[in-house]
Design a protein around this ligand. Sequence first.
Ligand code: FEO
Length: 394
Amino acid sequence: MACRKLGSDIFCVGAIDWDRRLFDELIPLPQGTSYNAYLIKGSEKTALLDTVDPSKKAELLENLDRLGVKTIDYLVAHHAEQDHSGSIPTILERFPEARLVTNPKCKPMLVDLLHVPEVKFQTINDGDELSLGHRTLQFILTPWVHWPETMSTYLKEEGILFSCDFFGSHLAASELLVADPALVINGAKRYFAEIMMPFRTAIKGNLEKIKNLNIRMIAPSHGPVHDKPEFIVNAYREWTSDAVKNQVVIPFVSMHGSTRRMVDHLVEGLMERGIQVEPFNLTVADVGELAMSLVDAATVVIATPTVLAGAHPSAAYAAFLTNALRPKVRFASLIGSYGWGGKTLEQIKGLLGNLQAEILEPVLVKGDPSDEDLEKLNRLADLILAKHKEQKLC
Ligand code: FEO
């Protein structure tokens, strides 16, 4: 893969991973991803910002060879996760003169994860600057995007913010700059939903921290570079805000159709009341899509049959994931069918302990839903509408 030019003596020397379909053995990547490492040449020094996933280290070395890079003075590590740090040992071996520049939180993580010798490090703090000659790197700590040690680098003279995961998108694209804004924003929202949503308060703080910089471009470590930075910054402002929308998300699973009939009835009832609703059949759903829906929704309703005396494992997984992602939903409920009894309600409630949500009266029915049971679902739809109206969402 050829390296791509971002500016005069600034290159993206990372790798595009067209085929990768799963990250952290959890997150679906329907459109692949990229690991963006950036080479910046100054009049006196050369810096490499991040590396690539170890599976792509040969491409990184090849890109550096193609540019004729003989010396790297500074290797900046923004984040210790291995998709960016994993090739640091390879780079330090090829360029033994390089100082590994990072912050005091990231340093021990790199030692633990990659066994980098202490002697290689140069530690910087928030706001510190490093001169490359006619160019200056300024380091800005932007923690909890999604690990505690993450930082960004602001190339002052060019107005480029190298933001690592922050503002990134899992999207393999041949264009270095954003070519299709809708596609990139979708990928960025998916990425935000999957790993950053639990830390939205910290991310809000990071947005405040960079707001006075004169940013001309944002160059993340995944996906295209934003040459219209206000587009992605405004999207992040919306995602991290406290505002929710007139939306209901229904992750569901049904074994013999009873719970499915309840879901269909509730979906129709919500639609009739002017509420946007997104049902996710958990047997086929992309959990990334589910996570994205949870970014904005006011209400989540989990729908599950009772099996083995409790919630269906797929529904328990959806509840566990929802709880881990800590969406800003205001209301939650549970619907489903059971044969003879069980602990479904207690289990699901127990799994949603992180949510700051009011629990609306669940509708659990015995067997196939009767007319009376369907009427209970109508009342749940009425209640959701009333709650959304109270919140001035409709
Ligand atoms: Fe792209 Fe948190 O690593």
